[in-house]
Design a binder for this molecule. Structure first.
Ligand SMILES: Nc1ncnc2c1ncn2[C@@H]1O[C@H](COP(=O)(O)OP(=O)(O)OP(=O)(O)O)[C@@H](O)[C@H]1O
Ligand SMILES: [Mg+2]
Length: 301
């Protein structure tokens, strides 16, 4: 899929919240001076739609600040990796993106976090709709103790998407590269699947409601190298249809799957912060910050 194809399909944001009238209006710049330098053949500009726009986002758990001042955008149909040492707030930030932290006692979030221009934590944000549009897959495969079919059908049923359920389940299982392996045993327990199959089932479960974004928190860290490779292949497929944000401790994995990489680290108070965010190749080959360089070359701590 070409970049232009991904950007022409406008996101329907009418369900997520009331239109935000405080959003800045688009400003049209007046034409510049008529005398211009000799034009150089320019590469076509690639403008990708911004899915998440975080500005100065911070998170507290009770009295402890876990994350400070995260400012970054996450763009459509890219895979964005979040890397960094343990405790630097990668999962916290990821879970902020679909309001998964809300029920944690003492959790509070500040700054501005917009999803397709809408304030994710604003008074009109609809949490059910947020969860439908922004799916999540966890580190440890966590299928329900139900059949393979019922796992995938669970969220669509809950959301009243009952028409064409068989087709929906098949589409999700195909999308998660699992259909051929399970099509003859859809009514059998999901707990009988291998770890790698269970994780792909969890991905099928997340995409069954046709979300916009899939968040993955270390999705392959509990898997063997072959199952890991199949998840990585799948991420390449998934980003053609979804925006992917993936937390990983495996830097090779970030290099293999991510278009952009954000490096988080801890300051002297053990508060997490975003240190550097760049194209994955640039971040790993020419890190701008010495803390990134130390981390990716294994000199951290
Ligand atoms: N539910 C919670 N209650 C209180 N503090 C929490 C909670 N979850 C995380 N924290 C704290 O917030 C900080 C960031 O944790 P987080 O899990 O986001 O880090 P991480 O970068 O994902 O680490 P890891 O790589 O080990 O998964 C840590 O200090 C952690 O102890
Ligand atoms: Mg984590």
């Amino acid at each position: 899929m070409s970049v232009s194809e991904t950007t022409t399909d406008e996101f329907d944001d009418t369900l997520i919240a009331e239109p935000d009238r405080s959003a800045p209006a688009r400003i049209r710049l007046s034409p510049g001076p008529t005398r211009r330098p000799t034009p150089e053949p320019a590469a076509p500009a690639i403008t990708r739609q911004i899915v998440f726009d975080a500005r100065g986002v911070w998170v507290d758990y009770g009295a402890k600040r876990a994350l400070e001042d995260v400012t970054m955008t996450i763009e459509r149909n890219l895979a964005t990796a979040l890397i960094g040492p343990s405790g630097c707030g990668k999962s916290t930030f990821l879970r902020c993106l679909n309001r998964m932290n809300d029920s944690i006692p003492g959790f509070s979030v500040g700054g501005e976090l917009r999803y397709h221009g809408h304030d994710l934590y604003g008074p009109t944000a609809n949490r059910v709709e947020v969860r439908r549009r922004i799916g999540m897959v966890f580190q440890k495969p966590n299928p329900f103790p139900k059949s393979i079919y019922d796992n995938v059908a669970w969220a669509p049923r809950n959301l009243g998407m009952k028409d064409g359920l068989d087709e929906r389940v098949e589409r999700a299982l195909r999308g998660a590269a699992l259909w051929d392996e399970v099509k003859d045993r859809l009514k059998q327990s999901a707990l009988g699947l291998s770890g790698g199959q269970q994780q792909r089932l969890c991905i099928a479960r997340a995409i069954a409601v046709e979300p916009d974004v899939v968040l993955l928190d270390e999705p392959a860290s509990a898997l063997d190298p072959i199952a890991t490779a199949s998840i990585e292949d799948l991420i390449h497929e998934l980003k053609l249809r979804y925006t992917i944000v993936i937390v990983t401790h495996n830097m090779q994995q970030a290099m293999r799957v991510a278009d952009r990489t954000a490096f988080f680290s801890l300051d002297e108070n053990r508060t997490g912060a975003l240190i550097e965010y760049a194209d994955t190749k640039t971040l790993f080959s020419h890190p701008a910050d010495s803390r990134t360089r130390d981390y990716i070359t294994g000199q951290f701590g």
